[in-house]
Structures are given as C-alpha cells and as structure tokens.
Design a protein around this ligand. Structure first.
Ligand code: A4P
Ligand code: MG
Length: 181
C-alpha cells in the first residue's frame, strides 16, 4: 500500500532535546553510559552533546552536587516512545525512584520535542521546569541557543539570560560556582 502524506510525515525525524543529570555513584560515567545507550537506539541519532556542568543541587541541600548535560537528538520515535526509552535507560543504569528532587544515579528528562505542546498523565512538553533551571538552560543554550520554547515563545538563550538576571536564578544556581569539565 502506498504511503499517504500523514504516514510520510510520521516517518520524518524530528529534533528533540534531552536533559541528563546525576549525583550518585560516578555521575560523569553514568552520563557517558546514558549517552551511549541513547546513541544505540536505532531510531535515535545523537547530534550534539553539551559540556558536562557541575551544579549545586536544586532541592534538598544535603546531597552531592549534580553533573548535568543536554543532548540534541533526531528521532523517529513518538514523544511517548522516546520517554519510555529514556525510562528504560534509567532503570538499566540502576535508577531507583526516591524522594522528589532527591539524589539519583541518572535522570533523563525530555525537554523539548519538535514544537510539540502537550500535557498528559505521563508526559508534559515542554518539560514544565526547564525554563526555571540554569542547569538545564546553560547546556541547552550552549549547543542550541536558538532552540525554541513553543509555550513561552522564546529561545533557550533568551530564557537563560532572563533567568540569570533574576534573583531566583542566582540564588538557586550560584553561577559563580558552576564549572565545566
Ligand atoms: N514526566 C512528565 N513529563 C516529563 C518530561 N518532559 N520528561 C513524568 C521526563 N519525565 C516527564 O519523573 C516523574 C515523572 O515525570 C515520570 O514518571 C514521567 O512520566 P522522575 O524523574 O521520575 O521524578 P522525580 O525525580 O521524583 O521528580 P522530578 O520533579 O521529575 O525531578 P526532576 O525535576 O527531574 O528533578 N539539581 C541539579 N543541580 N541538577 C539536577 O539535574 N535534578 C533534580 C530532579 C533535582 N535537583 C537537581 C537536578
Ligand atoms: Mg526526571
């Protein structure tokens, strides 16, 4: 049967951005392993990876600092399929669900998926906290300053500049302590 226009559109790969974070075990290695797993998914191509940033924790303060990064991918997976794949990678890397904003061996968040806006029980797009987090926006703006937030209608670079100009952005992230390695 010939493919109709809808089917052809479905097959077209789209751009998505994935946030990676870890603060237990060997965070640097877990991020690298997560990136290798992502690249091994047949329907996912990793286009760009940011530097790895060392950040103080947002949430309970009595936990180690986080290593955070962002990856740009092209994928033919639907958003829910991509989220499920990320969840499987988290489990494979030994993630155990704990307290909200508590320490973790790996956290993989779907930040942006094409221009999709959705709010389902399992998946909210864009990621509802991304614009409030310098640890997300700094690596995102590094690899894709023009990445578009379809709800706020601003680029990653604009969101980062706004956040860094606010008291909240300074107090939660202490940019002077942020390192790249
Ligand atoms: N979910 C809905 N939308 C999404 C999406 N766009 N991407 C659902 C990923 N998941 C999404 O996630 C809970 C549920 O959110 C999932 O089942 C999924 O269906 P989770 O990661 O299992 O939950 P959590 O960790 O208990 O809470 P939360 O709020 O997701 O934690 P966060 O927001 O991921 O924050 N400090 C620094 N410096 N760096 C960090 O990376 N990370 C956290 C965790 C806290 N502090 C941090 C960092
Ligand atoms: Mg998460």
């Amino acid at each position: 049967m010939p493919l109709g226009p809808a089917a052809i559109t479905e097959l077209k790969p789209v751009n998505a951005y994935i946030g990676l974070g870890a603060n237990l075990g060997d965070p640097h290695r877990q991020l690298q392993e997560a990136l290798a797993k992502l690249a091994a998914v047949e329907e996912v191509e990793v286009l760009k990876v940011s530097a790895f940033y060392l950040n103080p924790p947002l949430g309970p303060p009595e936990q180690p600092w986080y290593v955070n990064a962002v990856a740009q991918v092209r994928t033919r997976l639907e958003p829910e399929e991509l989220l499920r794949a990320l969840g499987q990678m988290e489990r494979d890397l030994g993630r155990v669900r704990g307290e909200r904003w508590g320490p973790r061996v790996i956290d993989l968040d779907l930040l942006l998926y094409d221009g999709v806006i959705m709010s389902g029980p399992e998946l909210v797009l864009p990621h509802p906290e991304m614009h409030r987090r310098v640890f997300v926006l700094a690596p995102l703006a590094e690899i894709a300053p023009e990445a578009w937030h379809p709800v706020l209608e601003k680029t990653a670079a604009e969101l980062l500049a706004e956040l860094e100009a606010t008291a909240a952005g300074v107090s939660t992230t202490r940019p002077g302590l942020r390192e790249r390695f």
